[in-house]
Each structure stands twice: as C-alpha cells, then as structure tokens.
Ligand binder design. Structure first.
Ligand code: SAM
Length: 251
C-alpha cells in the first residue's frame, strides 16, 4: 500500500513543493511507517513456529556423532566459554559441558520458560557445575559482555522472530576473535530451515564475516562466522535498519 495518496493529476512541481513539508512532519521516518525510531527491522521472510525443545532424539544424533563433529569442526576445547543459544533441553549443553571441562563455561540459553525448566532440572540432576542457564528474549540473548569464545545456534535460527535485534545485541557478548556458528537445514524458513545464501546475507548485513561452511552427515549445514569487532558492529537500531535495507536479503 502506498504511504501517500496524491491526487491523480498532481503535478511534479506540486509534489516537489509538498515533500519538504511532509518530511518536516516526520513522513517517511520509521515512526511514520509504523515502527518506533529505535525499532529493529523484521526479517523479509517467514519465521518458523517454536514447536519443541529439541531437534530429534539424542540417541539418533549421537549415532552419527553430531555434537562431536560440530565441536571438532569449531575446535572447541577445554577452558573455553561457549553459548548455546536456543539450547532447548540441552543436547549440546551435555556435550559442551564435558568438552570445555571445569575451567570452561557453557551458557545454556533459551527463551521458552518450559524448556528452560527442563534444562535447569537436567543441569541440576547431572551436576554440571560449569553450566549457567540463561533466560533470553526473542531479540536479546542476555549474555554477559565480552564473555563468549563461540556461540552456537543449532536448528533454531529460523525460529528467531527478531533476528536482527538478537544479532545486534549478541555482538558485544563476544571476546576478541569470537565466532558464531549456525547449524540448520537448507529448507524454507517456514519449514524449519534457512537457505544458506539467505543466512550468509543476513549475517553479512550485521557485520558477521563468513569463515567456512561444512555439510553434516544428516545433510544439515554448519556455517561459522567471525563476530564483528567494535569497529564493525552495528551501532543502533537505525544503523541496523540501514544495513538490512541495503543488503536486500531475499529468499
Ligand atoms: C528445534 S529447538 C532446537 C533445540 C536445540 N538447539 C537442539 O538442537 O536440540 C529450537 C529452540 O530454539 C529456541 N528459540 C527460538 N527462538 C529463540 C530466540 N529468539 N532466542 C533463543 N532461543 C530461541 C526454542 O525455544 C527452542 O528451544
């Protein structure tokens, strides 16, 4: 729908005269288009519904060594600080806790209170003392600043309703040289996947540089990114809007 309806025979001169007036009244700004000045852009694509706290049964994943393959590809090692964003009921938290050991930390993060309850119960029962459970929000991971070596998003990117806000607020959580790794299916975003080109485009817009892409034995792909340093991070919501609009990421 057009933002402004002009009379059918409005002359170019009349339009030129009226535009500065409309701009001075705020027309064409984020507020006038229905968003606040500090609002983040919605993705120009569908988002999958949140349906479950896990991708598939743990035994099936362990049968082909999913978590071990991912941790090896990402060179995850003892002492590191890893965030599992959208951890669900903790398949990766279990493997990460063992890999990083007592000198490391695993932030098991999610936004669904019921799934967080399952995760907390599992952590308590297993006695994983290096795991911190974090309740995030759809557009804010709520992770400590400068605290993360690697952040994982496993089978969840397509469910993030506010991906640009989340990526913006995630950037300061990385240590220098920190990495973000996203595992997903090459499928439409409303069918629990993300086409790899679309993913790379959205992350590039937010200042994340692609490092490598690997294919998993089950056909999923793992794409890893260098997190932006302070100079390349998005500054605020207006900067995010401008960068996302310029990137024109489409399915
Ligand atoms: C299909 S499950 C995958 C869980 C786990 N990563 C795995 O591989 O088994 C997707 C998870 O992402 C979580 N999620 C969805 N949107 C999120 C967001 N914006 N921030 C954090 N977690 C989110 C859901 O609550 C759910 O637990």
């Amino acid at each position: 729908m057009p933002l402004l309806r002009l009379p059918p025979r409005a002359s170019a001169r009349r339009v030129a005269a009226i535009v500065p007036l409309l701009l001075s009244l705020g027309w064409g700004t984020a507020e006038a288009q229905g968003g606040a000045a500090d609002s983040f852009p919605a993705p120009a694509r569908a988002v999958s519904r949140i349906v479950a706290p896990r991708w598939i049964a743990e035994d099936d994943r362990d049968a082909f060594g999913e978590a071990e393959i991912v941790m090896d590809l990402l060179r995850i090692r003892p002492g590191q600080r890893i965030a599992d964003i959208g951890a669900g009921d903790g398949y990766y938290v279990r493997h990460l806790s063992e890999r990083v050991g007592p000198g490391g930390v695993v932030f098991g993060q999610d936004i669904e209170p019921r799934y967080l309850g399952l995760l907390r119960a599992r952590v308590a029962e297993a006695g994983w003392s290096n795991v911190v459970v974090v309740e995030g929000a759809a557009g804010d991971p709520r992770l400590p600043a400068g605290g993360i070596d690697v952040a994982l998003m496993i089978h969840m990117y397509h469910e993030i309703s506010d991906p640009f806000a989340l990526l913006h607020r995630l950037s300061p959580a990385f240590r220098d040289g920190g990495r973000l790794a996203i595992l997903d299916q090459d499928a439409p975003t409303d069918r629990h996947g993300t086409p790899p080109r679309l993913l790379a485009c959205e992350l590039r817009a937010m200042g994340y540089d692609r490092l490598r892409t690997d294919t998993m034995p089950d056909g999923a792909y793992l794409m890893s990114f260098r997190a932006p340093d302070a100079a390349r991070r998005t500054r605020d919501a207006a900067d995010v809007r401008a960068r996302v609009a310029a990137a024109r990421c489409r399915l």
